[in-house]
Design a protein around this ligand. Structure first.
Ligand code: NBG
Length: 815
């Protein structure tokens, strides 16, 4: 290091120390004796926050002055992970912060771990939004995220006697040092009431929405810094409040409880995140949440637009709105309502502006995830919006019938309203009709959208459809989560440009055959595995061998993700060892983690099943530690950061055609884990990048899988054909894993034995063979390390910087 640089770093470390002492004393009124770890975390968070503010203000001022086109990312979920470490990283203050804390006798790591991980999302969809926020700031895209500031995020998962227990996540209890309340940007959102037709002075008819109930949306802003570029974007989350503290009429009547009711009901809107992933439930409060944050955001966006622009014609040149799934779909209607009812634009002009402004991302083709709100519920809550949807639909269907006269089947299928049974609004159709872009999140997923779910729409508007393969931010998922590997990479390829340009990792390819480098790579992996080994010991009291293969499946628990397939493989291995305790197998530690939706009985039973299987295997002396099974509780961003760097094998075994993309698969690859997976979602693109010799692909392809299901598939044929599979079913039926609670796995057994809706039995034999191939490959350490290195080296495509640049260029019109 040059002398000047060193002096600069010394000075900064000193400044951080001073600022820390100042904040601890004057913001928290604590000293060295009274400060808790959490106080120290908060003090350091304030130190770093202070360092974000200049960049934040300057960035926002510049966007304002330049009146540039902005992107608004509307998402009901954000899973940003802990911010202290990430912000230190993006400000390039890692060394100085570590130094400063050391000199105060503190550990930065310990402080960082004090932070509550904001769980404002369920899984991949929410985490994707957070990766995009990081990439947009890093690429200098004028962007803002909009969502809900839930008081309670996704529940905390405890495992008790093998069962999932849900505990409320009080993430705001000790305050949130990263957010700024902005009461000056409070916005009124209306619900209920009715519409009346009126005519204005010129005799022009218009519609008024009257007798509505008001709820307030209060803005909370969180700065989102780019990586080493002084750009700080904004994440604005809305919290619900009542327009009046108390209803004085009731208050005067002496009914105190009733008087508070309105306040309580209003505030309930942002109370809690719905803890289900890829499943739709038509609950009124959920629709309220969707409209609440959407309406507040659209009003805010229009307010900002009007500060500099007076003609709505230029709106699409200044604003791009990306809808993260259909959850914010009603934004399209809210925007039309404001343009037509409040701004007085005529319909065609308003509709043209709307179409050019909005873009929609679909994240699943699973039918149970597709939102369709009952007309009765929707019309009661949002009477004006219901009318507008009918109008949009009428005009749209007129267009369709011009192209396909007399094709009533097609018109019925494309309608925004589903007419069979209870009338419902198809939110995805609304999104497609009201947007200029519809994208899937991987190549296969987009193809399936075009060929199946949205085929009629693809025929009608082929130009709207495009694919944007998901990505992940290398800042959090390699630089921060895996500091050892990051150092090795930087030292080896001679620079850290990869952090901003992930394709640079390609420079590792020549080193994949270099014995010294392979050895260094193996050392890093081993150290990371030793870390996780300690964590497992602490959490589960279980000793695992860091020399064994860490075989990992971490993600939401869902039938289509097939945690049961992995569990079946483990049982088969166990049976093999029981039959021949001397059998030589490659020792494995199987690691599971993931939450199940509280109301999803099968998923919760799967967790119990895995835990019981783990218990039997781990305690069996015949196994002699050759196989261990671990379920780590409370999977989330922070736990994920510990797991990916320590993984050898990445389980990506969804039924082909069901996983839209997956992003965990990318995090494993980036950290040098090798994938065993189906030909599904982004696995396909991972295979293309890394080459067939560095990935283990098995199982039915999407088309075959859907054909089998369509033709009426019976798992029994497969069960009888495969002796291992047969054995697995026998063991479950004999209550081998449920001796103390007989009957508890009957739902799983029956479902898989009779229906097996996700084709576990059909794919089992091939999966077993693929696992054998994995074992063979792992036994050759140098060969495996080579695969591991080549996985990291070829993961450049999966940077969310690449994904976001594609959105910017091809959808948002921002260079
Ligand atoms: C999820 C998909 C994943 C995908 C993420 C992010 C929903 C509705 N979809 O496969 O299941 O990686 O979205 O695109 O949560």
């Amino acid at each position: 290091m040059k002398k000047d640089d060193k002096k600069k770093k010394d000075d900064i470390a000193q400044e951080l120390k001073n600022s820390f002492m100042h904040n601890r004393k004057y913001s928290l009124a604590k000293d060295i004796y009274t400060a808790t770890e959490s106080d120290n975390y908060r003090s350091m968070a304030m130190v770093i926050r202070d360092r974000l503010i200049d960049g934040w203000i300057l960035t926002q001022q510049r966007y304002h002055d330049e009146n540039c086109k902005r992107v608004y990312y509307l998402s009901l979920e954000f899973l940003p992970g802990r911010l202290l470490g990430n912000n230190i990283l993006n400000l390039d203050l890692e060394q100085e912060s570590n130094r400063a804390m050391e000199e105060l006798g503190l550990s930065l790591d310990v402080l960082c771990n004090q932070e509550k991980d904001p769980g404002l999302g369920n899984g991949g969809l929410g985490r994707l939004a957070a990766c995009f926020m990081d990439s947009m700031a890093t690429l200098g895209i004028p962007a803002m995220g909009y969502g809900i500031r839930y008081d309670y995020g996704i529940f905390k998962q405890k495992i008790s006697e093998g069962y999932q227990v849900e505990v409320p996540d009080e993430w705001l209890k000790l305050g949130n040092p990263w957010e700024f309340e902005r009461p000056e940007y409070t916005i009124k959102v209306r619900f209920y009431g009715m519409t009346v037709k009126r005519t204005d002075r010129d005799g022009k008819p218009y519609v008024e929405w009257v007798n509505a109930r008001d709820v307030l949306a209060v803005a909370y802003d969180t700065p989102i810094p780019g990586f080493k570029n002084s750009i700080v974007n904004n994440l604005r989350l809305w919290s619900a409040g009542s327009t009046e503290e108390f209803d004085f009429e009731y208050f005067n009547d002496g009914d105190y409880i009733k008087a508070c009711e309105n306040k309580i009901l209003s505030e309930n809107i942002s109370r809690v995140l719905y803890p289900s992933d890829s499943v739709y439930k038509g609950l009124e409060l959920r629709l309220k949440q969707e409209y609440f944050f959407t309406s507040a955001s659209i009003q805010d966006i229009i307010r900002r637009f009007k500060m500099h622009n007076d003609d709505f014609k230029s709106f699409p040149d200044k604003v791009a709105i990306q809808l993260n799934d259909t959850h914010p779909a009603v934004a399209i209607v809210e925007f039309m309502r404001i343009l037509v009812d409040e701004e007085g634009l005529d319909w065609d002009a308003a509709w043209e502006i709307t179409g050019r402004t909005f873009a929609y991302t679909n994240h699943t083709i699973m039918p149970e995830a597709l939102e369709s709100w009952p007309v009765s519920l929707f019309g009661k809550l949002l009477p004006r919006h219901m009318e507008l949807i009918y109008e949009i639909n009428m005009r749209f269907l007129k267009d369709v019938s011009k192209h396909y006269p007399h094709d009533l089947g097609r018109i019925g299928r494309m309608s925004l309203i589903e007419e069979s049974g209870e009338k419902k609004i198809r939110m995805s159709h609304l999104c497609i009709v009201g947007s200029h872009s519809v994208n899937g999140v991987s190549g296969l997923h987009t193809d399936l959208l075009k060929q199946t779910l949205f085929k009629d729409f693809f025929d009608f508007y082929p130009e709207k459809f495009n694919s944007k393969t998901n990505g992940i931010t290398p800042r959090r998922w390699l630089k921060k989560a895996n500091p050892r590997l990051s150092r090795l990479i930087t030292d080896t390829i001679g620079g850290s440009d990869w952090i901003r340009n992930l394709s640079e990792l390609k420079k590792l390819v020549p080193f994949a055959s270099d014995a010294a480098f392979i050895d260094a790579w193996r050392k890093v992996k081993t150290e990371n595995k030793e870390n996780l080994t300690r964590y497992i010991k602490n959490q589960n009291g279980l000793t695992v061998d860091p020399g064994s293969m860490f075989d990992v499946q971490v993600k939401r628990i869902h039938e289509y993700k097939r945690q049961m397939l992995f569990a079946f493989y483990l049982i088969a291995q166990y049976a093999k060892l029981k039959a021949d305790p001397k059998a030589e197998i490659v020792p494995r530690t199987a690691i599971f983690a993931g939450k199940a939706a509280p109301g999803y009985v099968i998923a919760k039973t799967i967790i119990k099943f895995i835990n019981n299987v783990a218990d039997v295997i781990n305690k069996d002396p015949d196994i002699k530690g050759k196989l261990k099974v671990v379920f780590l509780e409370n999977y989330g961003v922070s736990l994920a950061e510990r797991i990916f760097p320590a993984s050898d094998l990445s389980e990506q075994i969804s039924t082909a055609g069901k996983e839209a993309s997956g992003t965990g698969n990318m995090k494993f690859m980036l950290n040098g884990a090798v994938t065993i997976g189906t030909w599904d979602g982004a696995n396909i693109e991972i295979a293309e990048e890394v080459g067939p010799e560095n990935i283990f692909i098995f199982g039915k392809r999407a088309e075959e899988a859907s054909d089998m299901t369509a033709k009426g598939y019976d798992p029994k044929g497969y069960i009888n054909k495969d002796p291992f599979l047969k054995e697995v079913f026998s063991l479950i039926q004999e209550e081998f894993f449920s001796q103390f609670e007989p009957g508890i796995f009957k739902v799983l057994y029956e479902n898989l034995y009779r229906k097996d809706p996700y084709l576990i039995c059909a794919d089992f034999s091939e999966y077993l063979a693929a696992q054998e191939a994995v074992s063979g490959a792992y036994a050759d350490t140098a060969g495996w390390m080579k695969k591991s290195i080549l996985n990291t080296a070829n993961s450049g495509k999966f940077s969310s910087d690449r994904t976001v640049s594609e959105y910017a260029k091809e959808i948002w019109g921002i260079s």
